[in-house]
Write a protein that binds this ligand. Structure first.
Ligand code: NAI
Length: 390
């Protein structure tokens, strides 16, 4: 049985603690804010009570999970941990300070992991005396419900650390995808066009946002449309991720943020949480119906869906081309991390690699923007008559 130390008891730290404790690990949670610890403990109690009501666990199980977690207001308490998972504020300097302090407290066999979603693991590891024990373990929110965990070895990370991290996270019944230490890892990189291309289509006046949402849901089987999803995530959060990925990729036009979304953030139209985004919400967070956009033209709907889908497929193919992750892991990550109805590369096979290249080239011919460049991998596969899966 492993002892797991968790630094930061906010949304993510609390979720990680619940999952680790439910799998029988001893968990010690530390937060610099004592109130955050109290909140985390009382929230967990409520969550576990709800799980009893739903018949998922019994009261004995609840007690066991609670007994497996202790809350500490001093960092010294995490000394005996076999692994520490950091889930504090997304600030490189603060994370570096915390990692240095942790390293001075724990044994040299302790793995030091970060749950960062946008910072480079290599830069966090760089402050350690033994950076080979540092790794990214990127969970998705809400942690107990989302199956995917991206494991991100930095260039300094040794294989033993990666193997041990993979083994531990699999023992928590999570699906592990290995990702290269690059901006957005797998999901936050490959998913960008779902938002950005939909925003672009909307900005061009091709269709109302509710029509775009409808097309992606009805034709593609996506659970939420891009505009509903951005409203749900919060435009402040979604815009910040897009902006950070764009900067981190040295301003590659493929990841360019949208003015439409920037204005929403500036106006304080943050989405569901503020009552206003693309849609308007009542006080319970339910959308108030937007103006009916009339019968959706079938041809238009198909065009919108295919344009967003091909941009997603192209991004997924490029992630494989640049060795960010394997074909299998890219597909699995999008299905389990953001609930896509199909793996994008399996989708590419289904539609045909020739179709994919043709659609990308059509967009490029129309716009002559680098944003629409076809992944060299797709072109290569077309020449060689290859598919992603055989
Ligand atoms: P949060 O704001 O809910 O919680 C952060 C917690 O860290 C707070 O309780 C705060 O008191 C504590 N904290 C801040 N500085 C600290 C320090 N120096 N020492 C100890 N505790 C400190 O944040 P959230 O959303 O849980 O995010 C945590 C990390 O997980 C961030 O790196 C974030 O980028 C990453 N992440 C967040 C996801 C999300 O959807 N919220 C998804 C995946 C990763």
């Amino acid at each position: 049985m492993k002892t797991v130390g968790i630094i930061g008891s906010g949304t993510m730290g609390s979720g990680i603690a619940q999952v680790a404790a439910s799998s029988g690990c001893q968990v010690i949670v530390y937060d610099s804010d004592p109130e955050a610890l109290t909140r985390s403990e009382s929230n967990l109690d409520k969550i576990l009570t709800r799980l009893i009501e739903k018949g998922r666990i019994d009261s004995e199980e609840k007690q066991k999970i609670k007994d497996n977690i202790s809350y500490a207001d001093s960092l010294d308490a995490i000394q005996s941990s076999a692994i520490i998972i950091e889930a504090i504020v997304e600030d490189l300097d603060i994370k570096k300070q915390v990692f240095q302090r942790i390293e001075s407290l724990v044994a040299s066999s302790t793995i030091l992991a970060t749950n960062t979603s946008s910072l480079s693991v290599a830069s966090i590891a760089s402050v350690l005396k033994e950076p080979e024990r540092c790794i990214g373990i990127h969970f998705f929110n809400p942690v107990p419900l989302m199956k995917l965990v991206e494991i991100v070895p930095a260039i300094q990370t040794d294989k033993k650390t990666t193997d041990q991290a993979v083994e531990l996270i699999r023992s928590w019944k999570k699906a592990v995808a290995i990702a290269k230490d690059t901006p957005g890892f797998i999901v936050n990189r490959v998913a960008r066009p779902f938002y950005s291309e939909s925003l672009r289509i909307y900005e061009e006046g091709v269709a109302h946002f509710s029509v775009i949402d409808h097309s992606l849901k009805s034709r593609g089987g996506f659970r939420m449309g891009p505009f509903e999803l951005m409203d749900f995530i919060g435009h402040d959060v979604n815009y910040a991720v897009t902006e950070s990925v764009f900067k981190a990729f040295y301003f590659d036009p493929r990841y360019k943020p949208s003015f439409t979304q920037k204005r929403l953030v500036e106006a304080g139209y943050l989405g569901r949480k503020s009552g206003n985004g693309f849609y308007t919400y009542d006080k319970d967070g339910k959308p108030i119906l937007v103006e009916k956009s009339g019968e959706v033209d079938a041809e238009l709907s198909k065009r919108i869906f295919e344009r967003v889908l091909i941009m997603l497929i192209n991004e997924a193919a490029d992630a494989v081309f640049l060795n960010i992750a394997s074909i299998k892991d890219v597909d699995m990550a999008m299905k389990t991390g953001v609930n896509y109805p199909k793996g994008l590369l399996a989708w590419a096979d289904e539609l045909g690699i020739d179709w994919c290249v043709h659609e990308m080239d059509k967009l490029y011919d129309e716009y002559h923007e680098d944003r629409y460049r076809c992944s060299p991998l797709l072109r290569h596969m077309l020449r060689e008559n290859k598919k992603f899966y055989n």
